[in-house]
Write a protein that binds this ligand. Sequence first.
Ligand code: CTP
Ligand code: MG
Length: 234
Amino acid sequence: ARHLALIPAAGVGARMEVQMPKQYMALAGKPMLRHALDTFAAHTRIDHIYIVVSAEDAYIDEIMAAAPALQGRVTVLRAGGPTRQESVRNGLLAITAAQDAEADDWILVHDAARPGLNAALIDRLLDELQDDPVGGLLALPLVDTIKRSNQGRSQLTVPRADLWAAQTPQMFRSALLLRAFTQAAAQLDAITDDASAIEMLGLQPKLVAGSPRNFKVTLAHDAALAEFFLKGNE
Ligand code: CTP
Ligand code: MG
């Protein structure tokens, strides 16, 4: 089975409060998207990469033109939807409609907004899941004490031992992932990651240890932290 990366990059980055979509803002010398893209492209166990952007995207052509080494290794799909989950589903549908993926090929769905992905994390995910019947995701055990709120007051402390924060890549066989998204179609608004769609089938994705460096750049101050980590990687 092959390993195909699918990068949803059709968001607007509203919470980041910058002019351009956050996946294109410069971080440590190149557009944010290029970090995860280059990491996948340099990885010998990744067979091909698909990026999902919006139909009216004004940045991706220039980014691809500036990276001739990526030609032939990356396919840009102008198939973005109004939510992350619709972008992922549209990407999956485009890949399968073109018969680019076999049923047992692995799809690694990865947020364009996680520039801190590295080869060791990809290897760990692939190694831990290669014989897994379900698939799984990178995730981190929570470190904070978690409160359930009731009208602005702390009602109770939620035991944190079983709580993990989901990261990406999230890796599932293409046929299973497509079935999960088809089945979850009516509830796509309620889910914010790919593993949730799998859970709705009654399956339990494996949790594989991620890294704090692989955090999602979401709020304005996150850019400085991402640059701090990315510059340390060089
Ligand atoms: N994404 C997407 N299509 C959408 C929304 C999001 O492909 N309609 C992608 C983003 O580009 C990002 C990833 O999904 O790589 C994670 O989403 P998020 O961090 O929420 O990014 P945005 O939706 O762009 O940010 P915000 O929610 O602050 O607007
Ligand atoms: Mg969003």
